[in-house]
Design a binder for this molecule. Structure first.
Ligand code: ADP
Length: 478
């Protein structure tokens, strides 16, 4: 609290402290001096006149004593009242002017002393309160600045009075660009402005979840500010719900996907059982065919359950890694050997390009083979006949101390909107296209396995041109 805002202090002795009137002499002092001099002059004149008219010696004595008494009284009042009052006034003036360390004249006795002590206590109290409020203000400012949620305070006229860092980031503005500008101009979003206007009009809180731009979801809470029954503006709280919204979508998709994945083999099994019931059992060759189909569906279901179980184990960190220093070349060779026949069936060429002197990596080899198998399996699956799949291993251009492995195909590619979702459980771009060709768990498993190894995994793609999947692995310290 700045010193200028200290309240006006009116002293009972007639000293008025306010604004720039400090330098004026106080009425009490002026009055006292004027009346003392007047009284002395009156006594002298009266004494001379009486002495001269009566010629009595007693009159001269009384006159002398009275003069002495008045002079003594004057001196006493000057010492005990006027001076302390002046000094007190000067101290109060300095305190009001914001000077620190001004100690009120506490030692004085009498009324002035008591007044001085009361003022000193009052000053201590004001300073304490000032310190406390400054501390609280700083704390509040820190909390506002650190808050992940955006906070904007508007005046009753609708101008922005305060906006924290999160709010500035949300609307890509700087502090100077928003302060004192109209809220509508700063936010530039119809639904948020409408919500805020309703709050201002009704003087009641209003909330809504609003999609701002490009998939950014905000929970907007507008609360009217009322100070002592008077409208003082509005507080707008902006909570980013994008990740919650995304998780909600993932959860919904997960349930719908798992139901879909289960429904297909179960419907097939139902059909097999019905056909067998309806007489196919009596025809052994047909029965054999249907049993083989049932066998296939049960295998698919079992694989899905196993993969789900595996994924949940990896996610919850229940898969202990046996990390060893491993040459990535050997891992790549093993996987190519295993996928060779699948590639041949589609007349695909698998090429590899391993950088020379690539350091060994610290991995659990079977786990990384599993990652590479899933990626290579997809590359083969989503390539057209006669295509090429290339596996490259080199030092990571982004992360020092890591190597980067990539699996590139020139197959069907992945649409832009799906690129950020392909690592989700059960996510398949085109269910019809891939139906029966996988569980949609392969990339989710690969992602989690790479993450538990401390690496990163991502993909780039162009539709109908092909895709490249990358992952990084930490170089072994040995
Ligand atoms: P799936 O078992 O169905 O292959 P994944 O998790 O491995 O499941 O892959 C998820 C989806 O990502 C696939 O269904 C496919 O749509 C897409 N995908 C993965 N790899 C590729 C690729 N190399 N080319 C095109 N699409 C791919």
């Amino acid at each position: 609290m700045p010193s200028a805002s200290l309240p006006c202090v009116e002293l009972a002795i007639g000293l008025k402290v306010k604004g720039d009137s400090y330098s004026r002499r106080t009425p009490l002092m002026t009055m006292w001096k004027r009346y003392t001099l007047l009284l002395a002059a009156v006594i002298i004149l009266l004494g001379i006149w009486t002495g001269m008219t009566t010629g009595s010696r007693l009159v001269w004595v009384v006159f002398g004593l009275t003069l002495l008494l008045v002079g003594g009284l004057g001196w006493y009042i000057e010492q005990e009242v006027i001076r302390p009052a002046r000094r007190l006034r000067q101290e109060v003036e300095r305190a009001v002017a914001g000077e620190k360390g001004v100690g009120m004249w506490r030692q004085r006795r009498g009324e002035i002393g008591r007044l001085s002590q009361t003022l000193a206590t009052y000053q201590d109290h004001v300073q304490e309160e000032h310190g406390y409020l400054t501390h609280q203000l700083k704390r509040l400012q820190t909390v506002f600045a650190q808050m992940a949620d955006g906070v904007i305070i508007t005046t009753p006229l609708g101008n922005v009075q305060m906006a924290n860092l999160a709010a500035l980031k949300l609307f890509s503005q700087t502090h100077d660009q928003v302060i004192d500008r109209s809220f509508a101009e700063v936010v530039r979003h119809h639904d948020i402005i409408h919500l805020w206007q309703r709050c201002m009009e009704t003087n009641e809180p209003h909330h809504n979840v609003i999609e701002v731009r490009g998939g950014l979801f905000l929970q907007v809470d507008c609360t009217p500010l009322n100070e002592a029954g008077v409208r003082a503006g509005c507080v707008i709280l902006l909570h980013d719900l994008t990740s919650v919204h995304r998780l909600e979508t993932v959860r919904r998709d997960f349930i719908s996907n798992i139901s879909h994945e289960l429904r297909t083999p179960l419907a097939s099994l139902r059909a097999v059982v019905d056909t067998l019931h309806n007489g196919a059992l009596d025809d052994p060759p047909i029965a054999q065919r249907f049993l083989a189909r049932a066998d296939h569906e049960v295998d698919a279901l079992t694989q899905m359950v196993q993969e789900l179980f595996e994924l949940s184990r990896i996610e919850s960190g229940r898969v202990p890694l046996k990390l060893t220093s491993t040459a990535i070349d050997g891992v790549i060779e093993n996987v190519i050997g295993r996928m060779h026949s699948a590639a041949e069936r589609k007349h695909l060429t698998i090429e590899k390009d391993i950088a020379k002197n690539l350091p060994p990596v610290l991995v659990d080899p079977p786990r990384i083979e599993q990652v590479l198998t899933n990626l290579l399996h997809n590359a083969i699956k989503f390539s057209l006949d006669g295509g090429t799949v290339t596996i490259v291993a080199k030092p990571s251009p982004i992360d020092a101390g890591f190597i980067q492995v990539s699996v590139q195909d020139n197959g069907v590619g992945i649409p832009k909107h799906a690129l950020s979702r392909i690592f989700e459980r059960f996510y398949k771009i085109d269910r019809a296209r891939t139906s029966g060709q996988g569980t949609g768990l392969g990339l989710a498993i690969a992602k989690h396995l790479i993450q538990v190894h401390g690496g990163k995994i991502w993909a780039t793609s162009r539709e109908n041109k092909g895709s490249t999947f990358y992952f990084t692995l930490q170089v072994s310290g040995e």
